[in-house]
Design a binder for this molecule. Structure first.
Ligand code: BGC
Length: 794
């Protein structure tokens, strides 16, 4: 039985009052674990006295085999030959494992705790009935990679993050949970909150980009959307926050590669979104594939026990990534299955996804005294807790009418999500006026490119269980709109995504020549990003660049739509194409959303959450870099170095800056900033250096719509801290707000800076505020230049 405070009886304030007392005494703020205190539960719903009693009672009845069963997870491979009906009831990812187990048989024996990527009311029922008729009737938890929609697909997470709209993220996540629970899925392997600063890494598409502050806001939003306020509600699903931890720092952007970083970087950049998700009540976590500082995460007690459980008070369970326990042998830290099992379990990984190690190894490890029964019981307890909290024992089967296609009533939200995700990177004039929005004078519009009429690719890397016929392609969306306007859409594919053939170029050029404006839909295939989608070249794949150049050479105004799961190198396009919009992979409503934005029914409002490089060699590239001893200052880095401009931190062949930086994105109107003001110039350290210090400085600024159309601006607040014991980034995002303004309208925006926003991690792994100088900037991107200053005084 857990200590009483786990039942919510211990007030959180005990931790705070101790920390405050220490801070007042001039001691750096320490985590509760460091103070030798138990931490409050991360999700009180998981640790109610009722749930703990139920878990105790059940545990007392379970055989070892039944306990181990709760700790293993399989897909349905090998359980029965797939039937035609099954084709629609699994999400296929990952290679097949060597070991096939009979999952149905295990379920009948009560020895299968969870299953992955088995979907559909009938299929989940087949396995669930078997489990419910087993000796103890413990339900199976069905988990699936529902990453950006179940049947109604919305933009890939990187695109979604470009909305800077946590409420939208919460709403679409909830929508996915509503759909998937009708198919028996009660657990999503999402959100992926790995910070990604390297566009080569294909999984950048699955996260919220390069920034910890924004990533944390998005992490909270996903948890709220999936889990709601009550896990036991029929439409709630448990989230699995992944991949713990620092997977996004894979060296050279190469998938599954190792990571190595200081504790400061880990805590300041990579951990915050996971922590935010845990604080928001995430029920489960997934361990990552990578090693961190030499220890594979799946066997790392520092991550899984010291940080996750002791510091953050996590009460849910950790599932390994797919075969990650087995992969400990490939990492070379376990020479056999037994050692791998022992290391993973001891570290705090409760569930073995697909390795087939826990069930084969635990009995012997126990017999040999290499593993304690207490460790096994604690692991089972954590799994059962989540099942009880989800209400699975009472409601083990799919709820309501099964959703098998995109839901009409969900399309408007999916469409809005796509519209908000688009980032207008450039909108130059072809002649006088900007090309976008398309004017009423455009009677013939040419649509060219391999993504123009491509339902399959609109889904993105994790298209859930989408049906291609549900997707509105660009061609469909734009053709309908041109017809309404009494105009005509000309279409030519031009080329494939990856080919050398130029057979379609002539038709493409011909369509362009006949049109008033050309829209080109170019980019990656959805499988070029996502898992195992690392790329060393970040240009337009195949011969699409050549096609783009050929069409631009016709002299017609071109709008380039870039479909991709990551930042691409668009330097040529930036110099030669008047209008460029990043459209990611927009999902089911792709064509309608693109039409709405191109024709100006909706003004683009997205802002980048990952920097777009000028050249691959700049990667990893991120705005919140550290200063160097030889800063480039005002030197013109577009020219080769000469004299004093050589021995500074720079490339000799490309500027340091991003082509399109973090936070960048245009609208159809313009915004101006003024009056950046801080509420006070000095803050005493004793007041500031307390974890509960909330509103130490209030920053205000005025944003005005200076154009002729309504628009939405993402107002961003950046902070720099100079003079600390540890060097700090040149600026860091610490606040943002979406503001909609009519032409000529202004609004004052207010941000509150407290300990979380102003503190940093020192060399002793303590989160502190020191007496230092702060500068804040408010503006529409990470280039914001309106500033104010204050000091934290000793
Ligand atoms: C991926 C995870 C995914 C899991 C289950 C792994 O290969 O890394 O993100 O949730 O497979 O499909």
């Amino acid at each position: 039985m857990k200590p009483q405070f786990r039942s919510g009886l211990r007030p959180r304030s005990l931790f705070l009052s101790s920390a405050i007392a220490l801070a007042a005494a001039g001691v750096a703020c320490a985590a509760p674990a460091e103070l030798g205190q138990p931490v409050p539960p991360s999700n009180p719903q998981l640790v109610t006295p009722q749930i703990e009693q139920k878990v105790d009672a059940l545990l007392a009845k379970m055989t070892l085999a039944e306990k181990i069963g709760q700790l293993v997870q399989y897909n349905d491979q090998g359980s029965s030959a797939p039937t035609a009906a099954d084709a629609d009831s699994a999400i296929a990812v990952n290679p097949e494992t060597r070991d096939h187990v009979d999952a149905l048989q295990l379920a009948r024996k009560g020895e299968l705790g969870s299953m992955l990527n088995v979907i559909g009311a009938a299929k989940t029922r087949r396995f669930q009935e078997a489990a419910m008729h087993s000796r103890l009737g413990i339900p199976i938890l069905f988990g699936a990679d529902v990453i950006h929609g179940y049947r109604t697909i919305y933009p890939v997470p990187l695109g979604l993050s470009a909305s800077w709209d946590p409420q939208l993220v919460q709403d679409v996540s909830h929508m996915a949970a509503v759909e998937a629970t009708t198919a028996g899925v009660k657990w999503f392997y999402s959100p992926m909150v790995d910070i990604s600063r390297d566009a080569r890494w294909g999984r950048s598409t699955e996260g919220a980009g390069e920034d910890a502050y924004l990533g944390s806001a998005m992490a909270r939003a996903y948890i709220r959307g999936y889990q709601g306020t009550d896990l036991s509600k029929p439409e709630s699903v448990a989230a699995s926050v992944k991949h713990f931890a620092a997977y996004g720092a894979a060296e050279a952007g190469r998938e599954y590669n190792t990571t190595d970083m200081s504790d400061i970087r880990l805590r300041q950049v990579y951990l915050p979104p996971y922590k935010a998700a845990v604080e928001a009540g995430a029920a489960t976590m997934m361990s990552s594939f990578n090693a961190l500082n030499g220890v594979p995460a799946t066997a790392d007690p520092y991550l899984m026990t010291d940080i996750l459980r002791k510091e953050w008070g996590f009460d849910g369970f950790v599932v390994s990534d797919y075969t990650a326990v087995m992969e400990l042998t490939h990492h070379g830290i376990a020479l056999d299955a037994a050692t791998a099992t022992q290391k993973a379990l001891d570290a705090g990984v409760e569930v073995d996804m697909m390795s087939h190690f826990y069930d084969t190894q635990i009995p012997t490890l126990l017999k040999e005294g290499k593993l304690s029964m207490a460790t096994v019981d604690e692991a089972v307890r954590r799994v059962l807790r989540v099942k009880f909290a989800l209400g699975l024992f009472e409601h083990p089967y799919a709820r309501g009418t099964e959703v098998t296609r995109a839901v009409a009533a969900h399309r408007p939200l999916a469409r809005r999500a796509a519209e908000e995700s688009f980032v207008l990177l450039k909108n130059g004039g072809h002649g006088a006026a900007p090309v976008l929005p398309l004017s009423s004078g455009v009677k013939k519009l040419a649509l060219i490119g391999p993504l123009a009429d491509n339902a399959a690719e609109m889904q993105g890397a994790w298209g859930g269980a989408q049906h291609q016929p549900d997707v509105v392609t660009l061609r469909n969306g734009l053709a309908a709109r041109m017809k309404q306007r009494g105009g005509e859409l000309l279409y030519a594919q031009g080329t494939d995504i990856l080919t050398d053939s130029e057979a379609g170029f002539a038709a493409a050029k011909q369509a362009a020549e006949q049109a008033d404006v050309v829209v080109m839909a170019l980019g990656e295939s959805s499988s070029m990003s996502g898992e195992a989608g690392s790329r060393a070249h970040l240009g337009l794949p195949g011969n699409q660049q050549k096609l783009l150049e050929a069409v631009v050479a016709t002299g017609k105004p071109v709008v380039l739509l870039v479909f991709s799961g990551r930042p691409l190198v668009l330097d040529w396009a930036d110099r030669h194409v008047p209008a460029i919009m990043e459209t990611w992979f927009p999902g089911t409503e792709a064509g309608n959303a693109v039409a709405n934005v191109l024709f100006g029914d909706v003004a683009p409002s997205g802002k980048l959450t990952m920097s777009f490089p000028r050249a691959v060699g700049q990667e990893p590239l991120y705005y919140n870099q550290f200063p160097t001893g030889r800063p480039a200052g005002d030197a013109d880095l577009s020219k080769p170095p000469e004299g004093a401009t050589r021995f500074i931190s720079r490339y000799i062949d490309v500027p340091n800056s991003a082509l399109y930086p973090f936070g960048w994105g245009l609208s159809y109107t313009t915004f101006a900033y003024s009056g950046v003001h801080v509420s006070r110039a000095r803050v005493p350290l004793a007041e500031a250096n307390r974890p509960d210090a909330k509103d130490l400085v209030t920053v205000t600024a005025t944003v005005k719509n200076t154009g002729e159309r309504a628009g939405t601006e993402v107002v961003q607040l950046y902070v720099r801290n100079l003079g600390a014991s540890v060097e700090q980034p040149v600026r860091s995002l610490q606040g943002f707000e979406r503001v909609s303004l009519k032409p000529g309208e202004s609004k004052q925006v207010t941000f509150h800076l407290g300990f979380p926003e102003l503190s940093f991690w020192n060399v002793k792994s303590q989160q502190v505020i020191e007496p230092t100088h702060y500068t804040v900037w408010v503006g529409g991107s990470s280039l914001a230049d309106q500033q104010a200053d204050f000091d934290v005084t000793p």
